[in-house]
Ligand binder design. Structure first.
Ligand SMILES: [Zn+2]
Length: 232
């Protein structure tokens, strides 16, 4: 049986990683005041590490990161947990290959998703999301507050790198926090460039399947992540 992927080996590493990832998301403009979160899987199977509720991404340091159990109990750290923690626990339960989940509410993604048209690889940012089409969780636009809804979201995500949640936001996942964060950056940019092309009556061309399925090489993902962490 496959072991769940965990990127960190200690509590301190988990707090540091979530803090760094939160600041990286802020650096690229993915903050929605105090909402949205990024998580890393606990090394001991106790749940997920994510920022405490009430803080913006740019305000996070390792002291503002909490360990939340599958039942929603704060097991370590101080501060309340986010209402939508189940997005993280249920996706991590369904995806043993994933150690990190990003959930963000952003206008660009919501504007694009509301058009109900396919996401095209207009630029390289769309490579992982165009084909197969990025899944869309359309069951509710409300917050994901129940285990059943979160399980349904995880089922919609399936094996994909990300899912759109129309009128709410998106989730992205990764084997590392770097990959989950960079996918959030790239999916947002892909939605943005699609909106630009759509607003001009296009797009009339996009990147074909042969490049599409390659996705982004991990060294490029890491280079982008390192840049964001220097910038944050
Ligand atoms: Zn949300």
């Amino acid at each position: 049986l496959a072991e769940p992927a965990a990127e960190v080996a200690t509590d301190a590493e988990a707090c540091e990683l979530v803090s760094t990832a939160s600041r990286a998301l802020a650096a690229v403009g993915l903050s929605d005041m105090v909402w949205g979160h990024v998580s890393t899987r606990d090394h001991d199977g106790r749940g997920v590490w994510m920022k405490a509720s009430g803080w913006g991404f740019e305000e996070i340091n390792p002291d503002r990161v909490v360990l939340v159990s599958d039942a929603g109990e704060v097991m370590s750290g101080t501060g309340p947990r986010h209402i939508e923690y189940l997005i993280h626990t249920q996706i991590l339960a369904a995806r043993l290959d994933v150690s990190s989940v990003v959930h963000a509410h952003n206008d660009v993604v919501n504007a694009f998703a509301s058009l109900q048209v396919p996401l095209r690889a207009v630029s390289h940012s769309g490579l992982e999301f165009a084909e197969p089409p990025v899944p869309r969780f359309t069951r509710t636009a409300n917050l994901i507050q129940t285990q059943e809804l979160a399980q349904d979201l995880a089922a919609t995500l399936g094996h994909a790198p990300a899912a759109l949640i129309p009128h709410h936001g998106m989730v992205t996942v990764g084997a590392t926090a770097a990959q989950a964060v960079m996918r959030a950056v790239l999916l947002t940019r892909a939605c943005h460039v699609n909106l630009l092309a759509l607003s001009a009556g296009g797009p009339r061309s996009w990147i074909g399947d042969e490049l599409n399925q390659m996705g982004w090489p991990l060294p490029q993902i890491d280079a982008g992540w390192k840049y964001l962490t220097r910038k944050s």
